[in-house]
Design a binder for this molecule. Structure first.
Ligand SMILES: Cc1cc2nc3c(=O)[nH]c(=O)nc-3n(C[C@H](O)[C@H](O)[C@H](O)COP(=O)(O)O)c2cc1C
Length: 346
């Protein structure tokens, strides 16, 4: 299947289906010498892992990442890093009735139209489960970035339009959604701090366009804002421009409406993203659909599904952003001949 690889120097390929024996990622182009052990993946994986809580599917997976290659004596070796995550808690029988039906809002129709065959069990390759492999790959990028002074602050902003801090309101809203057999949309914010200026390339590989590709590759993402995003379209230039000033010999900005990127290149301020998720497509309310044979049929979906995607996908947003940023920082190493001379000059 084309389109399963992402990145230029740091190239990530994910593989596997929701109800296959395992899923995983191969991370090629990672520089040698980064300290890396299985424990580095744990906190990242736990943030995405279904935990039986109010915001997640009842499917439980340990999501332990096994490193099969590319790490020796606790350091990356510069060779492909192969990561394996076993699938264990799948109930494929729950999906039997979906073999010949298209779930509204899901990828079923598109996959059938394109390939003529699809693994319908748990959504196959289009399942949110695939994102576990990206999170594992992203954990490597996040670790490298941390060592380079880049950190992330990622959180859920709202669920169904309700601010996430209103925890009681959110809890009863989700409970009502679940009880009704419905799902809700959500919004996630991701801020990357400490990104040096000068990262990203002009024109087609602008940092914002590369981030957008990474973020829009996550299932259920319907919109992305960088900096003020949509609000910039209704503001004046005099409000939207971030004034520059000098501080301790460095160029700084008084405000950050741009979200840390100017001309496709980072400006040294925080990179600020807002990501908008549609409601989970698999709902248990009765729906109308069409069968493979071409007849109109009623649909009832079984199986275990997330009532809302943002809380589990927040770390996926962070992982994709980390992959783009680390790759872009690696690409930046060849931007100036003087740096190449510094390295190779005899
Ligand atoms: C972390 C995560 C978890 C998801 N969980 C579910 C789920 O439980 N049920 C479901 O129908 N879709 C789920 N999705 C969304 C589908 O993967 C996605 O809507 C589907 O592939 C169709 O793609 P599109 O929404 O980008 O068009 C999840 C997505 C993510 C990122």
């Amino acid at each position: 299947m084309a389109g399963s690889s992402f990145g230029t120097i740091l190239k990530v390929t994910t593989w596997g289906e929701s109800h296959g024996p395992a899923i995983g990622a191969v991370v090629d182009g990672c520089p040698a010498g980064i300290p890396l052990e299985e424990a580095d993946f744990e906190s990242y994986m736990n943030r995405r892992r279904p935990n039986g809580g109010p915001f997640s599917t009842k499917r439980t997976e340990s999501d332990r990442v096994e490193i099969l290659s590319g790490v020796f004596e606790g350091l990356t070796t510069g060779t492909p890093i192969s990561l394996l995550i076993r699938n264990s808690d799948h109930h494929s029988g729950d999906y039997d009735n979906l073999k010949s039906l298209f779930r509204p809002g899901h990828a079923d129709f598109g996959f059938t139209a394109k390939y003529g065959i699809r693994d319908h069990r748990g959504g196959g390759r289009s399942s949110g489960r695939e994102t576990a492999a990206r999170v594992a790959a992203g954990a490597i990028a996040a670790k490298a970035l941390r060592l380079l002074g880049v950190t992330f602050e990622t959180r859920v902003i709202s669920i169904g339009g309700i601010p996430f801090e209103e925890s009681e309101k959110i809890a009863s809203f989700i409970e009502e959604c679940r009880a009704r057999g419905d799902s809700a949309g959500s919004e996630v914010e991701c801020i990357a701090r400490g990104v040096p200026s000068g990262i990203g390339d002009p024109v087609f590989d602008k940092l914002d366009s590369r981030i957008a590709q990474g973020i829009f590759s996550i299932g259920a993402v319907k919109a992305l804002e960088i900096g003020d995003g949509i609000r910039a379209s209704s503001s004046f230039g005099s409000e939207n421009n971030d004034a520059f000033y000098m501080e301790d010999g460095s160029v700084r900005k008084l405000t950050n409406h741009a979200g840390g990127i100017l001309g496709g290149i980072s400006d040294g301020s925080d990179i600020r993203l807002h990501v908008f998720f549609k409601p989970t497509p698999s709902i248990s309310l009765p729906q109308q659909t069409v069968s493979l044979e071409g007849s109109d049929v009623p649909l009832t979906i079984r199986g275990r599904h997330d009532p809302v995607i943002g809380p589990r996908a927040a770390v996926v947003v962070e992982a994709m952003t980390a992959l783009v940023l680390f790759d872009s920082m690696l690409l930046n190493m060849t931007a100036r001949f003087s740096r190449i001379q510094d390295f190779y000059r005899p």
